[in-house]
Each structure stands twice: as structure tokens, then as C-alpha cells.
Design a protein around this ligand. Sequence first.
Ligand SMILES: [Zn+2]
Length: 237
Amino acid sequence: MFQSRCAGCERVGPVLCRTCRFALAAPPAMPRVTDVIAAVPFAGRSRDVLLGFKYANRRQLSHHLAGLLVNRILASGVRPSEIDAVTWAPTSRRRRNRRGFDQAELVARRVAAQLGVPCRRLLERQGGVAQTGLDRATRLHGPVFRASPAASGQRVLVIDDVVTTGSTLRSAEAALRSAGARSVQRAAVATTPALVGGVDHHPSRHYPSRHRPSQHQPLRRQRPAPPRTVVQGPWAA
Ligand SMILES: [Zn+2]
């Protein structure tokens, strides 16, 4: 029989037990050295929770994770009145089909609702072949997105669930700006400790993960993809 377990500690009960809820709600300060607003470090208990969200189909966690991120967004000085649209960096179609949902979209929709700002699908993930005329960083890292013309003139908050290298959100920002977005803020539920200055602020980093190694594999595949391009596309102004 199916038994609900906590994504943070595997205790039988709710998807996130009281202990883990508190542990996640009181994360260490996350300096914004990368300009990505992040709620928690991708380490320790919060990493387990995020892996459960991503790979174990625990989509009920999105509400709680979005709440953490909203708190961090507001604490960082971003005002909802200064955001016209919340969007997300879409995962690949293959991954979305396998999981049945796009975890970044789930978080973005919840964040938008909690901020009282519209959530819009403004980005499309590009597959396809490499093209020339790219800067080196773009070629070496991350997926490539194409932004809708609806991004033009908008102040956009773009969301991802987990940031490892930062390349996905940088690429998303580049697409939004090339479509004419007036400003772009980047936010993620979690970032790797290396991204916050190379210092591990989280004492429970070595908290053992109970996820099977096979469940970690999709994460490694999220690492910088083969060279791709910024496609300006028919939408570009
Ligand atoms: Zn727990």
C-alpha cells in the first residue's frame, strides 16, 4: 500500500513533516553573490526535499517550496508591484513527459499566486543544432530559450527550482532581454552552496541522502548540455 512519507526525512506521515518544515524555514542567510534570489541551499535536508519534489513526484511540496521562495523574494527587497509577470525556465519536453509535470512551472505558478502577480508562459526551450555567433559562455553552458514577444516591456521574475551552475537562468534572462523585457529578476528555490561564494553555510550538508543513486542521475544530466545556441527566432524584434 502507498504510504506517504516526509520528503526530508522519510518519516511516515505528511509530505513534509513538522521538523523538516522548520528546518527548511530557517535556512542560513544566502548572500546574493550570483544575483539569483534563492530560498535554501541545495544541500542537506533541503536537498533531499528538492530531490523528492523533482524525482519522486511529490508535487504537493510545491506550495511549501513556493512559500519559502516568496519569503526570500520579499526579504530581498523585490516588491510585487514591481513585477509584471512571473515565468519559469521550462524543463525539457522529455523530462516533463517522464515526470508528468514541470516542477519549475509548479513553483512559479504558486509564487505568482502568492505574490498576486500574473504567471505567464514566456519561455520555450529550444532543442536543435548549434549555431554560430554566440558568446563563449552561452555555447558552453546551459539550455537555450526563446522568449515570447509578450515579454516585451515587461518586468519579469523568472523562476527555476534548483540552480546548480546558474546557466539555465542566465540563458532564460538573455532570451527575455532579447525579446525586450524591461527587467529580469532570477529566483530559485535552491542553489548549490558553491554558488553562494564557495562557502558551505549549511551544517547539515553531509546529512545522508536516502534517495537511491538512480534517482540522482537525472540531476547530473542537468549539468551543462552540449553546445547550443541563442536562437533569436521569428519572435525576436
Ligand atoms: Zn521530515
